[in-house]
Design a protein. Structure first.
Length: 106
């Protein structure tokens, strides 16, 4: 599998994840490498491989790895970490908090 060239890290305010700093790719990589699209990306678009696509998008920094929960519990914000998880419905994902039962669906 071809290794993509990495670009300079993002400023800290643009990226909350440590992995994000070295995981962003330029659009030129996709435009100039049609074989990469056919051999790596297209198979992830096949039925049943949606999870692989989501993991890949998180690894290259297009999707966030986590976010803060702002759910109010007894007039106090939860401030737990919400992770991107597969939902019970096939092909859907949601943000789920580790500390409280809050979920965000997209």
């Amino acid at each position: 599998m071809k290794v993509l060239r990495r670009i300079k890290s993002l400023p800290e305010y643009e990226c909350n994840s440590k992995k994000c700093n070295d995981a962003k790719i330029t659009l030129e990589e996709f435009d100039s490498q049609p074989i990469y699209f056919k051999s790596v990306i297209r198979p992830m678009l096949a039925i049943g491989h949606e999870g692989e696509l989501v993991i890949w998008l998180k690894n290259i920094g297009i999707l966030q790895h986590s976010q803060r929960c702002n759910n109010l519990i007894d007039n106090m914000e939860c401030q737990g970490v919400m992770n991107w998880m597969p939902a019970k419905i096939i092909d859907q994902y949601q943000w789920k908090c580790k500390k409280c039962p809050k979920k965000k669906k997209y």
